[in-house]
Design a protein around this ligand. Structure first.
Ligand code: PLP
Length: 353
């Protein structure tokens, strides 16, 4: 694939690495390519970062036809820039696109786009401990048509944002409320797709929980309101009597790359990992009889986020004295060690740019 590059004539100052937030500043360029039914994907280009021109009747603005990905580029102590399992992000984006009738990407072309874009922006990958370049590929339906009859035109875009450490004050357990009113996904719906619509529908519960002093909600299944699915926008894992249990991927749970990596690491270390349905009653029972040893969310942004308190129907349960568990800490050190190049990458997960 030929990628045309138009350099930004007015490169910006690199942001101060001491005060990087998340998704607040962007690099100087963005990758774009367009799709239509006659030409397929075409016009791949890297251009100066800036606003997009969209027809006001563009399908994405009315019917939410959008999918996205999130991954990071990490700068190792030796200066090397690495991405973590980027091919998995491209594959998942295609799975999401298929669900929303958006066009599929050629895996090789998408990887080339990602690599050339990150290489061009590599000076934006920050150096400070725990910082990274957050990369956001996304796809939108651009066709102007208020009558929705399939999706005939789309754009695939990549932007990137230098981001600070998720844990500025050190890794700390969070308080989570089990959500009993709103649901995130149902079987047959879009739960497994990484699409903006899922986030739009999740915002209300998240905001209510935050107002009550919780950092996120724990989602239950949309039919029986009984089985655990995810925590906020992370996958969730529990350590019960030495075994690790996590919800299985039955269409309502986002197949996280962090989740998959943790499962592989745990199985390599001979932990028993059960991917299955987990009822909220099982969790409450394990909490009450002291068998629930650790609980954590996992995803690209935080890597792991220990759960220190769970509240269900007004009752509060404390996990591991509201401290980070030893396995949770070990997984955090192992994954971040591989990502930043401090540990040997025996699994071939990192991708040098
Ligand atoms: C992105 C995402 C995750 C985590 O996926 P990773 O690939 O590990 O970053 C989990 N749940 C939801 C809803 C997500 O959108």
């Amino acid at each position: 694939m030929d990628i045309k590059i138009i350099k930004n004539p007015a490169p910006s100052q690199k942001p101060d690495e001491e005060s990087l937030g998340f998704g607040l500043t962007y690099t100087d360029h963005m990758f774009i390519m367009d799709f239509n039914k006659t030409q397929g994907w075409h016009d791949a280009r890297i251009v100066p970062f800036g606003p997009l021109a969209l027809h006001p009747a563009a399908v994405v603005l009315h019917y939410g036809a959008e999918v996205f990905e999130g991954l990071k580029a990490y700068r190792g102590a030796d200066g090397t820039v690495r991405m973590f399992r980027p091919v998995d992000n491209i594959r998942r984006m295609n799975a999401s696109a298929e669900r929303l009738c958006l066009p599929l990407l050629d895996e090789k072309d998408a990887m080339q786009a990602l690599e050339e874009f990150v290489r061009l922006e590599q000076d934006f990958v920050p150096h400070k401990d725990g910082t990274s370049l957050y990369i956001r590929p996304f796809m939108i339906a651009t066709e102007p048509n208020l009558g929705l009859h399939g999706i005939n035109e789309a754009s695939f875009i990549i932007i990137a944002s230098p981001s600070g450490s998720y844990y500025k004050e050190g890794i700390a357990p969070v308080s989570i409320m089990i959500e009993t009113e709103d649901v995130r996904a149902v079987k047959g719906g879009t739960g497994y797709a990484k699409c903006g619509g899922n986030y739009a529908a999740s915002t209300r519960a998240g905001e209510r929980a935050e107002k009550l002093g919780f950092s996120q909600v724990l989602w239950l299944d949309g039919v029986e309101r009984r089985y655990i699915e995810e925590v906020g926008s992370m996958n969730v894992m529990f350590k019960i009597s030495g075994r690790i249990v996590t919800p299985d991927l039955i269409g309502t749970v986002l197949p996280g790359i962090t989740r998959r990596s943790i499962i592989e690491l745990l199985r390599d270390e001979n932990y028993e990992v059960e991917e299955r349905r987990i009822s909220v009653d099982e969790i409450i029972e394990a909490l009450e009889n002291g068998e629930l040893e650790e609980a954590f969310g996992c995803g690209t942004a935080a890597v792991v986020s220990p759960i220190g308190k769970l509240v269900f129907n007004g009752r509060e349960y404390v996990i591991n004295n509201n401290e980070i568990g030893s396995l949770t800490g070990h997984l955090y050190e192992t994954l971040t060690g591989i990502q930043w190049g401090r540990l040997e990458d025996k699994k071939g997960w990192t991708y040098r740019v």
